[in-house]
Design a protein around this ligand. Sequence first.
Ligand code: SF4
Length: 513
Amino acid sequence: MVKNEKRLPLQKSFKSSSYFTVGRNLMSPLRALDTHVEDARTSKNSVLENEASTNAPYSGQFECETGNYHTFCPISCVSWLYQKIEDSFFLVIGTKTCGYFLQNALGVMIFAEPRYAMAELEESDISAQLNDYKELKRLCLQIKQDRNPSVIVWIGTCTTEIIKMDLEGMAPALEAEINIPIVVARANGLDYAFTQGEDTVLAAMAQKCPERSKNVNLLETTPNNISTASNTSNTKFSKVEEKSLNKELVLFGSLPSTIANQLQFELKRQGINVSGWLPSARYSDLPALGEDVYVCGINPFLSRTATSLMRRRKCKLISAPFPIGPDGTRAWVEKICSVFGIVPTGLEEREKTIWANLTESINFIKGKSVFFMGDNLLEISLARFLIRCGMTVYEIGIPYMDKRFQAGELALLEKTCIEMKVPFPRIVEKPDNYYQIQRIKELKPDLVITGMAHANPLEARGITTKWSVELTFSQIHGFGNAKDLIELICKPLRRNKNLEKNKMFSHSTTFAQ
Ligand code: SF4
């Protein structure tokens, strides 16, 4: 890793600013940089034998501020996963605090009632006066009787961590007794980012996927499962299709089915068939995993799932950028094609057309600046997209980053900066919000993308903000959603521009009166 010489003038102003003065007390930025170099080297040697990646680590400035985490609780993942896994039931094992959080923060959960419940721990549970196994069995039998789901997901909260409740030990015995599979996921407030709740559930679910039998000749066994342009006749395959059919591809990450279908369609256009998704809409459709299966993620916060798939299920990880924005989607498809030995066709034109459709919005945000405080782990992908749109990214705050899993995205970020002739933005892991506020004051970005806690205080100080959580829940993947993505960024800027106009108008009318 080399220190980026081509810093913005902004970086010079940083050096003379309070940033380095205050930062010195905690950890010198250079020392922080060294630590990360070490991390990257040691971790690279340790795990990645299964990874189909040749990406180098980030060449820009990477720092760690050891600030506090300010995340929304990851048990909120229940709110979108119950929709995705249609025949599931989520049992959140926690205290009243968790129950209040789910009820208040996710008022919409009332619609999930048939598919989610709280197992509230009382004083007697915590002091081990009750038998946990018996209590959970009673609840699970009731769930079976009332809802009969095909899988029960136990979400272990902070309290189960603190009292060391052995959920993993109880689940196998209980699932054998009640005859319903139980997935144990410890998605709790001890995590770095709320999106990691989904990561934890998927990593646990990966263990429940069936084993793919070895030496399966897909050409002989599954032509009807995999629909390609040529298998309408069910007999002949082109050479390209034969090549891709001999490799299986499983995508992981939870997306609405329409978006999942769009991404699948993009791959199908290149002759690549997706053999399954983790998670699948129905538990019984979980994909078979094994040594010969390639896996590729669609979101940057799924690093535990990726590790679990590589280490425990021996799958081969395709380390691609993420399909966010037209540039990311093209790079994602291209990377999968390269692993499958396919030369992609028509992607460049497709990307160009999508960019052309965004011209009006791009002209609006071009030259404006953005600052990521760090919240949902989508920051690198979003920053890369916004740099491509012509925005200046002052800082990418990110609560936590798995550099190996995000290697493809980091490489694309660098490539984008080089092509757009802009310096590499500074990435700050685990940012300290106090110092960030100082930097925001100095830099005066046009837009700050931040968690909900900071949005209103910043707005009150005249800084335009965007809730990062909106970007998490909006449909931003694939070519088809690029317009929605850019509009999410334009909206707060337009709104505040209009407010300013109205203010000026009211001032001038007051003056005229
Ligand atoms: S899991 Fe922990 S952080 Fe989340 S609501 Fe429960 S107590 Fe709070």
